[in-house]
Structure formats: C-alpha cells, structure tokens
Design a protein around this ligand. Structure first.
Ligand code: SAM
Ligand code: SF4
Length: 443
C-alpha cells in the first residue's frame, strides 16, 4: 500500500496553492493523500508568519502531531513562511521535526522526507522556476488559484512577507495561460490569479494584459485576482473592470489605515487622497474590500478617529481588520521604542469600533439584495459565490460548475440565502482523465 501524507495548511491563498503543489510532488513520488492526520505516514504543516497568532498555531499543531509521531512513527515536516523565518532554529525548538522547507523549494518535499534537514535558501530571482500545477488536482472543482507572482519588493514596515517570500518574481504569461487552459479542460470555470502584490505583475506583459490573455481561454467564465497594492493600480487595470466581462466586479485593495501619518510610518507610499482618487475611477458597482490594521505603533486617538472617518465615507463592501502584530526583521519593530507600542486593550477597542462600523454596512448591503436575483457559480451542492464574491447558499438541483440565478430570500452578515431561479450555463462535461499508458520504448 502507498504511504499516505496529510498537509495541514495555515494562512493565505498562496499557502493553499503551495500545499497543492507539495501534494502533487508527493503523489509523483508514490504517496497518496489522506484526509485524516491520524492515518498519515507523513504530516506537513504549511505555515503562515503574518501575525504572531498564526505562528502560535504552528506550535500547538506540532504538540498534537508529536503524539502521533510517538505512537506510529509519523514523519513531520514544517513548510511555508515560519519555516523560512526560523530555519534551523525551528529544529532546536521542536527537535522531533524531521524537515524544514522554505516556499522556494516545494518540489523538494519528497526528497526531504527521505533525507530530513533544512532547505530554506532563497533561489535567485532569475533562476526561480514556478512549480507547474497538475490540473488533475482541480478535477471536480469549479474554481482554482493560479500563481502569477511570488514574493514582494515593497517594504511595508509591518510586514514580514519580503523576509519570508523573497524578491518579487513574475511567472511568464504563456505558462499562466497554459495552466488556465488545462484547468478549464478538467471543468474549472473560475480562476483567481494570485500573488502578494499581483497587480505589479511583469511576466512579459502588463497585469491588465495578463487578464485579457487569461480571459481569451475558451470555456473560462470568471476571473478574479488577489492581492493588490494601491500604488500599482494602473488606469489600464481600471479600464479592464469596464471592458472585460469575465473579470468579476470585486476588488480587494488593502488601504491598511485611514490616516496619512500612519500610512507614512507604514511605508505604504500613498496618501489617503491618492487612494481615494484611484478608487473613484472604479466602476460604481464594484464590491471593494480592504484590510485595516488597528493599534499600529504610535497610533494616536486622533489617528484612530481619522481612520474611522475614512472608513465611514468609503463604501467598502467588506473589511478584514487586524490588531497590529510585531514581526521580526520589520521596520516597525525596529522603531517600536521611538513610536511607542499601543497597549493591547486600546488596540482591541479600536478594532472593535472598526469592525462594528463595517459589520453594520456589510449587513445592510447584503439585505439590500433580498428580493432580487444574483448570478452564482456553483462550488458545491447548494453553495456558490456571486459575482461580487459573496457566499450564497441556495436550494436547487444545480451541479458544481453550473452558472445559475438565485432569488435571494434572506441575508446575514456572512451569506445570502435563496432559491435557484434559473440556469445561465450548465457546466460542460470535463475532458476525461488521461488513461494510464504502458511505457513504450522506441528504438
Ligand atoms: N500585499 C498586500 C498589501 O500590500 O496590501 C497584503 C498582503 S498581507 C499577506 C495580508 C494582510 O495581512 C495585510 O494587508 C495586512 O492588513 C495584514 N498584516 C500584515 N502584516 C501584519 C502585521 N504585522 N500585523 C497585523 N496585520 C498584518
Ligand atoms: Fe507585505 Fe503587501 Fe507590503 Fe508586500 S506590499 S510588504 S506583501 S503588505
């Protein structure tokens, strides 16, 4: 029987995609996936270092998996951003870990399982090759992530990404389009182009051009992308939202804070006036979402008020808000003594104010759709997403990959609920999986 692996993924879409690539590499070496850590011969924890809490989760997961190792000899690997950040120090803190693997070395996972050790050196930008996705992994799914860039060349003072993911590298557009075509052939109907700063893409064409080339893949219905930096929002990308029907009307454009003085300390390279000028050019119906950090070092009551004032006048569809978490190597931690730490209870109060403001508005926006119809791409039985990326639960017989209309009957903060009202496009049959061929030796 083949040996079995289990990958536990923390963090962003980048990590989800990396976990799939590691799974594919293990499969090529004869491993099978299992859905239960208890029955695995190998557990890989793919980690996130964005906030301290994410790191803590790694160590509590390691505590649980250590028992499995003691009981059945399960091998344990740590991959992702914490692996990259901690390197061999992780083996000192958790000596029962068999190997540590940075995000640049996903394809080496099978090798490391056998030999153990640490592989975290960054690969030079010019030599980096993006791992190719195996479309078969996405068979039976309506949506898939497609990597467009890796790393980040910005140095926002709160962010650890440049230290864990390295310099920004763009994937050649032909590779991306080929991957998208392969995904469509197995039934995928929506792709999300991903990268830490995806709209600064430069893999042989502009990002807007990449969207148009992706849109030209026959059978693909929807395109999304994440995450974007406001300074890389080009007029050409704005025009795409008006002219490219496959590009969905949802844009995640994190502002981080509503006060210029905080943005300056964060090294975000724009002012609120510039941000507002840019978003004013977007189509009125777009669902704009954002990230906000509360309690950034030195944040005064007046700056927090400016943040709330900005949020009150900016019609965000949804907001992801966080308490500032000090991260190693970053600019803000080095300046902490000078700027001053915001006490946790104050940061928490500010976060609650930000969240209360947005929750009321998100709920209002969702409720405004009750009685109308929304177009939904079905991702699972009775579940899908609207064009704006809202979660929709519905009653009806639509299958995965169908594009349907749903009449909205009720709405909560997190989802719309309704009845299937019609079919826009049935999912076409996916191409059959390739048949296993016998190796043919030609003279
Ligand atoms: N590249 C995106 C941008 O520039 O807006 C952000 C990507 S980051 C992986 C995702 C989000 O995590 C950020 O937008 C920020 O709000 C949050 N984040 C990053 N570092 C943080 C920190 N040290 N403390 C709290 N939140 C943080
Ligand atoms: Fe981090 Fe985004 Fe800034 Fe890059 S642009 S350093 S990923 S917050």
């Amino acid at each position: 029987m083949a040996r079995r692996y289990y990958i536990h993924t923390f963090g962003c879409q980048m990590n989800e995609s990396d976990s799939q690539r590691m799974g594919e590499a293990l499969k090529r070496s004869g491993w099978d996936a299992t859905a239960a850590a208890e029955s695995a011969d190998l557990i890989v924890i793919n980690t996130c270092a964005i906030r301290e809490k994410a790191e803590d989760k790694l160590f509590s997961a390691l505590g649980r998996y250590r028992l499995l190792k003691a009981q059945r000899g399960t091998r344990i690997g740590v991959a992702g951003c914490v692996a990259q950040q901690e390197k061999d120090a992780l083996l000192k803190r958790a000596p029962f870990v068999d190997f540590v693997l940075g995000p640049d070395h996903l394809d080496k996972v099978s090798q490391l399982v056998e030999q153990g050790g640490v592989e975290t050196d960054f690969i030079d930008s010019h030599q980096y090759l993006f791992p190719q996705a195996d479309a078969e992994t996405s068979r039976g799914r309506a949506t898939a992530f497609v990597t467009a860039t890796k790393g980040c060349d910005n140095v926002c003072s709160f962010c650890v990404v440049p230290y864990t993911r390295g310099r920004e590298v763009s994937r050649p557009y032909a590779e991306i389009v080929r991957e998208v075509a392969g995904l469509v052939a197995v039934g995928v109907r929506e792709v999300t182009l991903i990268g830490q700063n995806v709209n600064s893409y430069s893999g042989g064409c502009t990002f807007a051009d990449l969207i148009r080339r992706t849109a030209s893949v026959p059978g693909l219905l929807r395109i999304r992308f994440t995450t974007s930096h406001p300074m890389d929002l080009s007029p050409e990308l704005v025009r795409c939202f008006f002219s490219e029907p496959k590009l969905m009307p949802h844009f995640h454009l994190p502002v981080q804070h509503g006060a210029d003085t905080v943005l300056e300390r964060m090294r975000r390279k724009y002012t609120i006036a510039e941000y507002e000028r840019r978003i004013a050019e977007l189509p009125g119906k777009i669902a704009l979402t954002s990230d906000i950090i509360c309690g950034f070092p030195g944040e005064t009551e007046a700056e927090h008020e400016q943040n709330l004032e900005f949020l009150r006048r900016t019609p965000y569809d949804n907001l992801f808000s966080f308490i500032y978490s000090p991260r190693p190597h970053t600019g803000a931690i080095l300046k902490m003594a000078e700027w001053g730490e915001v006490p946790r209870e104050i940061a928490l109060c500010r976060l609650e104010e930000v969240q209360a403001l947005q929750m009321a508005r998100t709920l209002q926006r969702h409720r405004a759709r009750v009685g109308s119809e929304v177009e939904v791409l079905v991702e699972d039985r009775g579940f899908g997403r609207s064009r704006e990326n809202w979660t929709v639960h519905f009653q009806g017989d639509a299958s995965v990959g169908d594009l349907i209309r749903v009449r909205v009957e009720s709405a909560s903060l997190v989802a719309l609920r309704g009845l299937q009202a019609g079919v826009v496009a049935k999912a076409p049959p996916a191409e059959a999986p390739p048949r296993r061929r016998l190796a043919v030796v030609s003279a």
